[in-house]
Design a protein around this ligand. Structure first.
Ligand SMILES: NC(=O)C1=CN([C@@H]2O[C@H](COP(=O)(O)OP(=O)(O)OC[C@H]3O[C@@H](n4cnc5c(N)ncnc54)[C@H](OP(=O)(O)O)[C@@H]3O)[C@@H](O)[C@H]2O)C=CC1
Ligand SMILES: O=C(O)[C@@H]1CCC=N1
Length: 277
């Protein structure tokens, strides 16, 4: 078991040590944070071993008094498991700033379950693992400017942050950038498949598709032009891009993406409704 001082505001406790916690912990360690200042509660033995192997942490199998040493408690379990995970933690975490990365679970529900009104909700995404993530943030009124700063500092190694004023907007952030890497990977998979089906070696198809994403997003960021105009610049009259985009439009790809993201937001709202608040 990790031995932590009784209360050290710079200690951080993670409830749940899965993918998202791993991405955040990886960023924290890369930025120079000491492993001993990070506590993790993770019931799954294989996951604990991974955290030990990859990060040199000593995760706990269940909640205990050591949690009271944390100045920030990060909620990183699946929303459906939040209530079960919170029950044994509540006695130990009420004095801490609560930072939740759970999709949908509203700050009222977190305040009730943790006994702390000082709740920040963050919606990060998995590129956090390599310091290229983006996280939407929302703070309840009880959170001080210094505490907002502490959350920004905690997330800084994982990429960018954007504060939203209305908690409901986090559902849109979840749908757009939280789930967003999966949409990019989906298109990437399809582009690579197309390359292979046209006879390119898989490694070449992968390299070409990845470099295209990288270059196109960097160009979109650097250019004052909107994406529609950048697309027009690629599209020679009667040429190959025109043929491809016409095919995509006939298949309704654009509206399908918009509908899919709206569906993700609806799911974030449903998750919130399940937990109340
Ligand atoms: N993945 C992503 O891209 C993003 C995820 N999120 C949010 O992050 C949260 C975590 O998602 P993700 O990391 O993908 O999920 P994972 O399933 O990878 O991680 C959750 C971890 O919590 C553990 N756990 C389960 N019950 C408890 C408990 N009672 N106490 C402590 N730990 C417990 C799980 O263990 P076990 O495996 O044994 O169940 C699992 O290892 C979710 O709420 C999700 O909405 C937010 C933004 C992006
Ligand atoms: O799929 C999910 O529910 C989580 C939230 C955003 C990304 N993954």
């Amino acid at each position: 078991m990790t031995t932590l001082p009784r209360m050290n505001p710079s200690n951080i406790a993670f409830i749940g040590g899965g993918n998202m916690a791993g991405a955040l912990i990886g960023g924290l360690l890369k930025s120079g944070r000491a492993p001993a200042s990070i506590l993790v509660v993770e019931p799954f033995a294989a996951q604990r071993e991974r955290l030990q192997r990859e990060f040199g942490l000593a995760p706990l199998a269940e909640a205990g008094p050591a949690l009271a040493s944390a100045g920030i408690v990060v909620w990183a379990v699946k929303p459906q498991l939040f209530r079960d995970a919170a029950a044994p933690c509540a006695a130990h975490v009420g004095g801490a700033l609560q930072l939740s990365v759970m999709a949908g679970v509203r700050s009222d529900a977190i305040a009730r379950a943790s006994g702390s009104q000082r709740v920040v909700r963050a919606m990060p995404n998995t590129p956090a693992l390599i310091g290229r993530g983006v996280a939407g943030l929302y703070a309840r009124d009880a959170v001080t400017p210094d505490e907002r700063g502490a959350v920004e500092a905690l997330l800084a190694p994982t990429g960018r942050t954007v504060w939203v004023e209305r908690e409901a907007d986090l559902d849109a952030v979840t749908a757009l950038s939280g789930s967003g890497p999966a949409y990019v990977f989906y298109v990437l998979e399809a582009m690579m498949k197309a390359g292979v089906e046209m006879g390119l070696p898989e490694a070449q198809a992968r390299a070409l598709a990845l470099a295209t994403f990288d270059g196109a997003t960097a160009l979109a960021e650097a250019s004052p032009l909107p994406p529609a105009e950048l697309r027009a610049q690629v599209t020679s009259k009667g040429g190959t891009t025109y043929a491809a985009i016409t095919s995509m439009e006939a298949d309704g790809v654009g509206p399908a993406v918009v509908r899919a993201i709206a569906r993700a937001r609806e799911r974030a709202r449903e998750l919130g409704d399940e937990f109340g608040g």
